[in-house]
Design a protein around this ligand. Structure first.
Ligand SMILES: Cc1cc2nc3c(=O)[nH]c(=O)nc-3n(C[C@H](O)[C@H](O)[C@H](O)COP(=O)(O)O)c2cc1C
Ligand code: SF4
Ligand code: SF4
Length: 383
């Protein structure tokens, strides 16, 4: 698919869709599938310096469904650790993949000392990696979580060293657990990063209330889900006008429309992870096809034609129209008198006449009730 070609810094990719670092990119057989189904690149599973981070417990995955009808969430909470084997095995895997597959290979390393950052960066470059992603984001790793509040300092120290050590592009992956991710993205840019990945997952907790213990491995775990895209879209659209390096959007992709949303907010590439754990590698093909159909529909020849298009349209505090121009309206024949709308209207904007809902003058036009009417009987109209 020619139209999907994307330049991620100096890396020419056949698609903007990248498989995010995790178990889905841990070894030769995984990369083979990513290549076969048309991903633009893979970020290999992170090789950490911390020895403990090479050993995962069992089980290490859980899926949490919370809430009720009309208001539910799906969360993946997991505790999968880094690449299991040595840095030399890691490099050997890179060599084999580069020999056999066309897909671009981005090595991911996570170190706590400058010497290791430098040494491992050189090793993966020598093995043939097309680029490096510095994992400055892992929710499980103590070198990141133990240094929240000092991430910018960590970037300033490590990034120039890694850039100096290698000639391939070096990207940096951000944790979302920052007061202002734009500041950290700028620090990454100024320290020499060739692009930023926004974001990894947060560290979260769920518990069993009867045994009164943390679930799964008994501690905090990385958590994500379809809901996590909105935070990333918000920050990527804020970064787009301020950065001169590409941003790789990451988090919450569940359908091709999400890829389009990331690009409209300014992302150059989009990373996908848990969707592949959920449905397998075939989803990459579906994402590519959906993206290509969208481009055809809108007459776009390249990704660049619509990248960042939404950003100038995002209103700030002073620009939002605060005129109250809308109210709700009930289509009487469709109303079954279930009273769901009256239960939820915090403005007391709905009366009952006989067995039907009727909007009164207290309706504030908030726009909520149409989402909860089981019959689709309410819509918003101009006053
Ligand atoms: C099971 C699992 C393992 C992961 N391992 C890594 C890792 O080793 N290194 C890394 O940088 N990110 C890792 N991540 C984060 C993902 O690369 C990605 O940033 C995150 O899951 C958000 O994308 P998603 O919502 O598409 O899953 C992992 C995520 C999951 C779910
Ligand atoms: S639009 Fe809002 S204020 Fe108006 S009736 Fe519905 S819930 Fe009440
Ligand atoms: S929620 Fe819909 S169907 Fe139920 S009373 Fe309100 S308008 Fe009628």
């Amino acid at each position: 698919m020619k139209a999907l070609q994307t330049n991620y810094g100096s890396l020419a990719l056949r698609s903007p869709i990248i498989l995010g670092s995790s178990g889905i990119t841990k070894a030769y057989e995984n990369i083979k599938k990513a290549d076969q189904y048309g991903a633009g690149a893979v970020v290999l599973k992170t090789k950490f310096q911390e020895p403990l981070m090479a050993h995962s417990p069992t089980p290490r995955f859980t899926i949490i469904h919370r809430g009720g009808k009309d208001y539910a969430s799906t969360t993946n909470l997991s505790y999968e650790q880094g690449y299991e084997f040595s840095i030399d095995n890691y490099c050997e895997e890179i060599r084999r993949c580069k020999q056999d597959f066309a897909i671009k290979i981005i090595a991911s390393i996570g170190c706590s000392t400058i010497d290791h950052w430098r040494e491992w960066a050189k090793k993966v470059e020598q093995a043939g990696a097309d680029a490096i992603e510095m994992n400055l984001s892992c929710p499980h790793s103590d070198y990141v979580m133990g240094r929240l509040g000092q991430i910018n300092e960590m970037v300033k120290q490590a990034m120039p060293e890694v850039r100096q050590a290698v000639s391939i592009p070096v990207f940096s992956k951000m944790t979302p657990q920052l007061e202002n991710p734009l500041i950290t993205a700028k620090v990454m840019e100024e320290s020499g990063s060739c692009g930023v990945v926004a974001f990894s997952r947060c560290l979260g907790l769920d518990l069993d209330i009867d045994s009164q213990t943390p679930i799964l491995h008994g501690g905090y775990g990385g958590h994500g889900g379809p809901w996590s895209i909105h935070y990333a879209l918000r920050w990527i659209s804020s970064m787009y006008p301020h950065l001169h390096i590409p941003v790789s959007g990451c988090g919450g992709v569940v359908e091709w429309q999400d890829i389009v949303k990331y690009i409209l907010c300014g992302a150059t590439t989009v990373q996908v992870c848990f969707l592949v754990y959920t449905y397998g590698y075939g989803v990459i093909e579906q994402l590519n096809q959906g993206l290509a159909r969208y481009m055809d529909k809108h007459g776009y020849a390249t990704i660049e034609d619509f990248r960042g298009n939404i950003v100038p349209k995002i209103k700030d505090l002073t620009q939002v129209d605060r005129e109250k121009t809308l109210i709700a309206k009930v289509k009487e024949p469709a109303c079954i008198g279930c009273k769901r709308c009256t239960d939820i209207c915090i403005y007391d904007g709905i009366d009952f006449t006989g067995k039907k809902a009727l909007i009164n003058e207290k309706c504030d036009g908030c726009g909520l009730c149409p989402f909860f009417c089981p019959k689709g009987a309410i819509h918003m109209v101009h006053k």
